[in-house]
Ligand binder design. Structure first.
Ligand code: HEC
Length: 130
């Protein structure tokens, strides 16, 4: 009896973490990513590798959350969102590596690639496309 209650609660907690991604959560992650990107830009300008690295790490954590997007509520599919998130992580890793190697121009190019992922998703949201 106790065990099945525990199983039920574990499953409930799991499904909550998988599906209850609200608009408020989304906005929070978006703001985290925007802040992370501005830290990255600052880090490149100030030659502060640690700041770049921290920004990249925040960016990657938050972008991992945005893959869950219900198609009925949004104007894009969750598959698209997943691809965007994967691209953000890929370019962010390259950016971090370039910065570590002192390649600031390369880091900036990758920074732009990340930003392009953000904007291409935002452009898919109809009300932002005007
Ligand atoms: C898969 C789609 C998707 C991707 C990728 C994406 N966004 Fe968003 N973004 C959204 C949606 C959806 C909203 C909310 C739009 C609304 O309902 O107003 C949003 C809103 C925002 C906002 C406004 C938050 C507010 O306070 O209202 C910011 C800032 C933002 N995104 C930054 C970013 C940054 C930075 C990236 C890239 C690192 C990014 N987004 C990538 C879908 C995306």
């Amino acid at each position: 009896m106790k065990r099945s209650l525990l199983t039920f609660m574990t499953l409930a907690a799991l499904s909550t973490s998988l599906y209850a991604y609200s608009q408020a959560d989304r906005i929070k992650d978006m703001r985290t990513m925007a802040q992370a990107l501005s830290d990255v830009q600052k880090g490149i300008l100030y030659n502060n590798k640690k700041l770049v690295h921290e920004g990249v790490s925040h960016l990657k954590t938050a972008s991992g959350n945005i893959q869950i997007a219900p198609k009925n509520a949004m104007d894009y599919s969750s598959v698209f969102a997943k691809d965007q998130a994967a691209n953000i992580v890929k370019y962010a890793d390259r950016l971090d590596k370039s910065m570590k190697e002192g390649q600031k121009h390369a880091a900036l190019t990758e920074y732009t690639s990340v930003l392009n992922q953000c904007v291409s998703c935002h452009n898919k949201i109809r009300k932002w496309n005007r």
